[in-house]
Design a protein around this ligand. Structure first.
Ligand code: SF4
Ligand code: SF4
Length: 528
């Protein structure tokens, strides 16, 4: 509707400011396709403002990278994504979980430091204090010119671009030791959560004051498990039931039937008010938007200290302050942050406080609900690495809820794909990202933009919306949108769980050997 309104005056230029940021990947893919078709038809120029490099690669012809109020690099998509020149552009690519990254062998490389405030910009190159290629006497002199790169369509604002190699901008690091995976700490067995809602009913029933109750099946017969030290990702579109599952786990809702065992205790039927202090401390959450969870009038120290006392970790003032400072150091914030108020913190610093509070009670399981999606690209890498570092140290299980499949591929050990309240596929990270796929997983993977020219993806755009959970399809939950639907059997009969490999389940009527023959959604070419 908003796109239609913007097009009413038949503009020659359309400005799109983060047009798909809050949308599911499948909806995002549909919107991108629509905008492209309209722009081609009406010969309209578009300017995208976005931090999503994958989206830019898939939609734009040219790209301009800005830093601290200046254009620092510009060029065609092919040249800038193929041979970036400016250290900041390299830094952005090193911050995002592309297929070449690996949480153990090739981890993300956060950009050090902070963006300078407009009145504190340094002399010379404004990126100088954060640049790994900074050279005194060269980079800190006068205004850095914006030069055209010879024999290229690129422009770059860097004095040393011709000397810099991409590898020079990655610090030497040893590979990171994998987290130790222990025993099962979370087990859901036929777990269901239904809500009772009033149906509109017939007119006569309404006139007689008889309102019919119907069930909204938010989670249906979920079976999943997670081990100590493991990262289990739950993915799916909004309304698939992943948030309801997290709410039941945290005690914000109680289950309707089935079992949910955490640390050998049934927690699905126990609301947060009935849980013991130890149970509350053992299950914590890192929220998507840390701003909403911090009290604006209390200092960081008071808020971290409160979590420590609430979980019975510390008693007196002195001990609480010492432990609070220890926690701040764990999340890499210096002591002076103890006295700061939330408004004095950047988005990334607020998320560090959110992580410090979540880990204050030594939890065995932390729900990470879209933990980096509200942050800038350069901050996302630092927070992702911090979460993993603390997870390794404490041996905590992470339950990652995310719609960003790049983050899921990078962080997770195992993945559960949900659709309309049911699990449609589950398996190890590699099993989920390679055939055989559930047709819904296949569409999700195809919809996710990837900021790498070498990656060639198949084009699958899902039509239609998620059906209402008040009136779900009788057979397969995905049958109204499935591009591979077989026919009547999909409409009438719930599909069986096919065991594709050890620990890899796919709920579909298509025989396994046919799913195995499906072409991979993406392939990485050796040269762009
Ligand atoms: S001018 Fe120097 S500090 Fe600035 S980006 Fe280039 S190498 Fe880095
Ligand atoms: S059971 Fe049928 S509708 Fe469901 S995913 Fe498989 S092919 Fe598609």
């Amino acid at each position: 509707v908003v796109i239609a309104m913007a097009l009413l005056a038949n503009p020659s230029l359309l400005l799109l400011d983060e047009p798909t940021t809050a949308l599911d990947v499948t909806v995002e893919a549909g919107i991108i396709k629509l905008i492209r078709e309209i722009a081609t038809k009406y010969q309209m120029t578009q300017i995208y403002i976005s931090h999503n490099l994958g989206l830019i690669l898939e939609t734009c012809d040219r790209v301009c990278v800005m830093y601290s109020g200046q254009a620092v690099e510009e060029g065609s998509i092919q040249s800038l994504f193929g041979t970036p020149k400016h250290p900041y552009t390299h830094g952005l690519f090193n911050c995002i979980p592309l297929p070449k990254t690996d949480k153990q062998d090739a981890p993300l490389v956060p950009i050090p430091g902070q963006l300078p405030l407009p009145h504190e910009r340094p002399i010379g190159c404004t990126y100088g204090p954060r640049c790994r290629a900074f050279k005194g006497g060269v980079c800190d002199q006068g205004t850095v010119p914006y030069e055209r790169v010879a024999d290229s369509d690129q422009f770059v604002r860097c004095r040393r671009w011709s000397e810099i190699r991409a590898d020079d901008l990655i610090p030497d690091r040893e590979g990171i030791k994998a987290a130790t995976i222990g025993d099962v700490v979370l087990q859901a067995d036929q777990l269901s959560k239904y809500y009772e809602v009033e149906s509109k009913g017939t007119m006569s029933a309404t006139m007689l004051g008889m309102k019919e109750k119907i069930q909204l099946k938010a989670n249906q017969e979920l079976n999943l498990s997670a081990r100590q030290g493991e990262t289990l990702a739950i993915v799916g579109e909004s309304g698939c039931g992943k948030t309801t599952f997290a709410k039941v786990l945290l005690g914000l809702e109680t289950s309707t039937s089935g079992e949910l065992i955490h640390d050998k205790q049934e927690v699905g039927g126990t609301g947060v008010q009935q849980r013991s202090q130890a149970q509350l401390a053992a299950l914590q959450i890192v929220f998507q938007n840390p701003v909403d969870t911090l009290n604006p009038s209390h200092t960081v120290g008071a808020q971290v200290g409160r979590a420590l006392r609430k979980f019975g970790i510390t008693q007196g003032k002195k001990e609480t302050k010492e432990k609070s400072l220890e926690l701040l150091a764990k999340v890499k914030l210096p002591d002076e942050f103890y006295y700061r108020l939330p408004r004095q913190l950047s988005g990334g610093q607020k998320q560090r406080i959110g992580i410090a509070r979540a880990f204050a009670g030594h939890p065995t399981l932390v729900v990470a609900d879209e933990p980096v999606s509200a942050l800038d690209v350069s901050v996302q890498a630092a927070i992702t690495e911090l979460l993993m570092e603390i997870q390794r140290e404490y041996g905590t299980t992470l339950l990652l809820i995310s719609h960003d499949l790049s983050v899921v591929r990078y962080l997770s050990d195992r993945v559960v794909v949900m659709y309309l309240g049911r699990i449609v596929e589950s398996g190890s990270r590699d099993q989920i990202f390679e055939p055989p796929y559930h047709p819904y997983t296949e569409a999700l993977l195809a919809a996710a933009p990837i900021a790498d020219l070498r990656v060639k993806k198949r084009d699958i755009v899902l039509e239609g919306n998620l059906p209402s959970p008040l009136d779900p399809p009788k057979g397969c939950p995905f049958e109204t949108r499935c591009p591979r639907k077989l026919g009547e059997i999909c409409e009438t009969t719930l599909p069986p769980d096919l065991m594709a490999a050890d620990g890899h389940r796919i709920a579909c009527h298509i025989p396994l050997d046919e799913l195995q023959d499906v072409e991979p959604v993406f392939a990485i070419q050796q040269s762009a």
